[in-house]
Design a protein around this ligand. Sequence first.
Ligand code: FAD
Length: 396
Amino acid sequence: MADIKILISGASVAGPALAFWLARYGFQVTVVERAPSLRPGGQAVDLRGTAKEVARRMGLDERIRAACTDTKGETLVDRKNRTKATIRADDFDGDGVVAEIEILRGDLTEVLYEATKETTEYVFGDRITALDERADGVDVTFAVGARRTYDLVIGADGLHSGVRALAFGEESRFVRHLGSYLAFFTVPNRLGLRNWAVGYDDVGRSAGIRAVRDGDEAMAYFGFASEKIDYDYRDVEAQKALVRELGAGMEWEAPWLLDRMDEASDFYFDSCAQVIMESWSRGRVGLLGDAAFCPSPLSGQGTSLAFVGAYVLAGELAAGLDTGLKRYEAVMREFVEKTQEMGRENAESIFAKSRTALRMRYVMMRVMRLKPFAALASRKMRDVVNGIDLPDYPGV
Ligand SMILES: Cc1cc2nc3c(=O)[nH]c(=O)nc-3n(C[C@H](O)[C@H](O)[C@H](O)COP(=O)(O)OP(=O)(O)OC[C@H]3O[C@@H](n4cnc5c(N)ncnc54)[C@H](O)[C@@H]3O)c2cc1C
């Protein structure tokens, strides 16, 4: 494999996870990332079910667990900070709403980068601007670097994938808005939180806060039900203005959190959307992670799908370069579709539509923790997060 060159676009989760496995099989791997360095920030992401087994096979299980947020659960409060319901991380075998393996996205990227930096060429501050496929390779033009030829190009560059736009067509053909937006940013830990997150629901919107970095700081989030809004996803100031507008009039700690937004060193805002594609590859160009099959943050499974997808894609490419992309899709498709279905179901119920619905939700949450209901919900969750028989690849 040493003479086979593979270019990956995107150095968040899917890209470095794929680089890990490809390098293990002996491919020559380059990762190009648009940001000038590894991107910090992002709220906690989770590994559930089969993705935990992939982390174990990578030998990174311990390092990932050591970098986890150690959140024990979440308390849902009303505007006066009175507890209305609780969710525990050990509910649903550790694969529930608050997962046992919960890690800040930037910290997970760091673990993956450290595990791959010796075997992978990383190019920061650049991006692909043109792909010219020939019979024996793909000629790649970069915004900054010199033109180079690769045997394969994989887009692991997220919901707004540049590779997808170049090889498959414009974003609007594949990205389906699910009716809500999320924002995350770091704030001082003013509530003195330790291992419990706090969430506050309003009609059609929510906010929350959890301690990170041993309680030195906290991570705030806002969620809003909203029709599709036209905004420039690279214009951070415009996005902050939008969050202020959508969060106006919220109670609890929300006004204070909104006032801290400008001081935050990181800020992430995006629509809750899914990527639905008939095929994840075309010729020598393939897609992985959110670029191919984003299930939306509402599924809680974006990072897990990226992890499992990276394992399968690399294993199938090692088994046969010509058939690898199609085999990867055949192995992953059902798992992805089940997960996306759960993401759409969650999108229907994530925000309360009235005060009465909000009160009912708290009652339901308490009922769901009772034995027969908990067992039912747990089975459903288990089916989705373990919804793939992980193939064994030689040498793993
Ligand atoms: C800064 C950030 C914060 C996030 N925060 C959260 C969160 O709080 N909660 C949550 O559920 N999900 C979050 N996500 C999404 C989450 O990481 C993914 O759903 C999941 O982990 C799958 O990851 P991915 O690697 O497929 O895509 P992503 O994590 O979206 O990564 C895509 C990577 O590609 C890079 N990129 C984009 N365009 C190009 C281009 N043209 N050329 C080269 N590189 C490019 C991006 O800078 C990024 O590093 C965040 C993503 C990012 C980038």
